[in-house]
Design a protein around this ligand. Structure first.
Ligand code: IDP
Ligand code: MG
Length: 135
């Protein structure tokens, strides 16, 4: 079964939406394979988002994702990577499809409630980033 990395961002954790988000994920056929609540340090967030280094939103993104607790999980499903991106919705919640997590809960293009890996390579790297103790 394919695995992908998902995390609930600080805006959703702060608004007590962990349960709502996980309900949507589980109702969409994903199995939670591993889960933890963490607060990223700045250097960790910079490492996680290094592909965006140099972009105008990089500093703001790093600051935001470090600003509170996040809930990271490994999700398992057939076509997990593609299907989770679909469930998460467009980066900017204003353009997210009805029924997607970002449509329901996202506040703006930075505070968009969740992260999902975008390819098999990033899924592998991102799972290891959060769960180095388990493959
Ligand atoms: P994704 O999360 O939909 O894969 P990416 O382009 O990989 O989107 O960007 C990573 C994160 O950076 C986004 O989820 C969002 O929080 C933030 N971000 C992306 N584009 C912008 C922007 O134009 N302005 C502000 N923040 C942005
Ligand atoms: Mg991305």
């Amino acid at each position: 079964m394919e695995k992908t990395l998902f995390f609930i961002k600080p805006d959703a954790v702060e608004r007590n939406l962990i349960g709502e988000v996980i309900r949507k994920v589980e109702n969409s056929g994903f199995k939670i394979n591993n889960l933890k609540m963490v607060r990223l340090r700045k250097a960790q967030a910079e490492e996680f988002y290094k592909i965006h280094k140099g972009k105008d939103f990089f500093e703001k993104l790093v600051e935001y994702v470090c600003a509170g607790l996040i809930v990271a999980m490994v999700l398992e499903k057939e076509s997990a990577i593609k299907d989770l991106r679909e469930l998460v919705g467009a980066t900017d919640p204003a353009f997210a499809k009805k029924g997607s997590i970002r449509y329901d809960f996202g506040l703006d293009v930075t505070r968009n409630s969740c992260h999902a890996s975008d390819s098999s390579k990033t899924a592998k790297d991102e799972i290891l980033f959060f769960f180095p103790e388990k493959d």
